[in-house]
Design a protein around this ligand. Structure first.
Ligand code: GTP
Length: 194
């Protein structure tokens, strides 16, 4: 989870993992993480969600967590134009520190508010231009929060499976490095199972 301070990253994570909207949520210090197991097509998938602090002073700590992320959820607040205007800076960070294969999702949070400054079409257009998925949420009203994390979990699970399949079809997994070394040795050319 990345994005400006106060856009609702922690509230989204807490809504999903604990089913609550925390009152008087303090700013995240550095990085926090939460785990939730979900069921995807009958398989138990453990999601590890890293909630990074939006405040500038923690940037050097939070950047170091991007590299190992499988998905990046970039959040802005639909009632805060400045949080939307900062998105290009966040994207630069993501491009610099995250894996180029990372799944990137843009989230416009706080759609329950009456004072919306960033219309849906503007968020969608930005996401499309930057090859991201777009979803609007409300951590407060629990709108689209489950959907956000479940769709990411589903997509990552499918990706992981198709990566495994393509490794098999390329032969990478048929003979791992260690067994290849063993098979070159004449004494072990006919390994036995028993
Ligand atoms: N109306 C409304 N308020 C929200 C929503 N999500 C979060 N908030 C409020 O926004 C404020 C900031 O929420 P946080 O979850 O702490 O924001 P954050 O992005 O984690 O902030 P940092 O930890 O500083 O990066 C809190 O006062 C929340 O109550 C939402 O969906 N709707």
């Amino acid at each position: 989870m990345a994005g400006n301070a106060g856009v609702g990253k922690t509230c989204l994570v807490r809504r999903f993992t604990q089913g609550l909207f925390p009152p008087g949520q303090g700013a995240t210090i550095g990085v926090d993480f939460m785990i939730k197991s979900v069921d995807i097509d009958g398989e138990k998938i453990k999601l590890q969600i890293w909630d990074t602090a939006g405040q500038e002073r923690f940037r050097s700590i939070t950047q170091s967590y991007y590299r190992s992320a499988h998905a990046l959820i970039l959040v802005f607040d639909v009632s805060s134009q400045p949080s939307f205007d900062c998105l290009p800076t966040w994207l630069k960070e993501i491009e610099q520190y995250a894996s180029p294969k990372v799944l990137r999702v843009l989230v416009g949070n706080k759609i329950d508010r009456d004072d919306i400054e960033v219309p849906t079409a503007v968020g969608e257009e930005f996401a499309q231009r930057n090859s991201m998925y777009y979803l609007e949420t409300s951590a407060k009203e629990s709108d689209n929060v489950e959907r956000l994390f479940m769709e990411i979990a589903t997509e990552l699970t499918q990706d992981a499976k198709s990566n495994e399949l393509s490794k098999y079809s390329r032969g990478e997994r048929i003979m791992p490095a260690s067994s290849e070394a063993v098979s070159r040795s004449p004494s072990s050319c006919c390994p036995r199972l028993s």
